[in-house]
Design a protein around this ligand. Structure first.
Ligand code: GRF
Length: 216
């Protein structure tokens, strides 16, 4: 199997990026992280890239889409990982790389696309919260779902706790999907997802145990 190449786009802390890079040796024969791109010169994720010797392109906000287009053409990646990338990617670019772009979103999609997901979970007294990894299509947070991680919301859970548990959930599910991609286990064909050649009709949900030590 040939080695695939991937790039990561981020805008902020880069904790998911760091988690992925911490695990990159597990898939190193199959997936090569070649470069990263950010729209935010202040992003903490830039330090993460430095720590792991990953090249990072910092774009100026007014040329962001041209810079991104150039970045992707130069790198020609097999996989584009959106890891807290807060800019909407133009439809033209999305369509050029359809089936190659994955995103992580801090809610159980289709619930709560967009921003302020934690506030909405609290407002609506939701019993479950989690994160979703999905393929990116032209509609925001609406592409086919690859994998979700879900945990029960305990009574009185604060926003800070929800954020913490959601991130922990992300650190579990994002590397799984990246590995599936590296191993050719998932495929995107005509808007549908196949796992080991089997059509996925319902999202696969990983139940995360919040009482487990991993959440302390
Ligand atoms: C994550 O919660 C992710 O779901 C969302 O942005 C956040 C990025 O966090 N898209 P980090 O930069 O990986 O810490």
């Amino acid at each position: 199997m040939s080695t695939k190449s991937c790039v990561v786009l981020f805008s902020g802390n880069g904790s998911n990026l760091e988690n992925l890079l911490n695990k990159r040796d597990e898939t190193k024969d199959k997936l090569n992280y070649i470069s990263a791109f950010t729209d935010n010169a202040e992003a903490k994720g830039i330090e993460v890239c430095k720590k792991f010797n990953l090249d990072v392109i910092v774009s100026k906000r007014d040329t962001i889409h041209e810079d991104l287009n150039k970045f992707l053409l130069n790198n020609n990646p097999d996989l584009i990982i959106l890891s807290g990338y807060m800019k909407i990617i133009p439809e033209l670019i999305v369509n050029m790389y359809l089936g190659k772009i994955i995103n992580i979103h801090p809610s159980l999609l289709p619930k709560y696309p967009g921003l302020n997901t934690y506030e909405k979970v609290i407002e609506n007294n939701d019993r479950y919260q989690g994160a979703t990894v999905h393929f990116v299509t032209k509609d925001l947070d609406e592409g086919p779902i690859i994998l979700q991680g879900s945990f029960p919301v305990r009574e009185g859970m604060t926003k800070a706790e929800l954020v913490k548990f959601t991130h922990k959930t992300e650190y579990i599910i994002f590397p799984i999907v990246v590995e599936w991609f590296a191993e050719n286990i998932i495929q995107f064909k005509k808007g549908k997802i196949y796992l080991k050649d089997k059509l996925i009709t319902e999202p696969i949900v990983y139940q995360v145990n919040v009482t487990n030590d991993q959440f302390i």
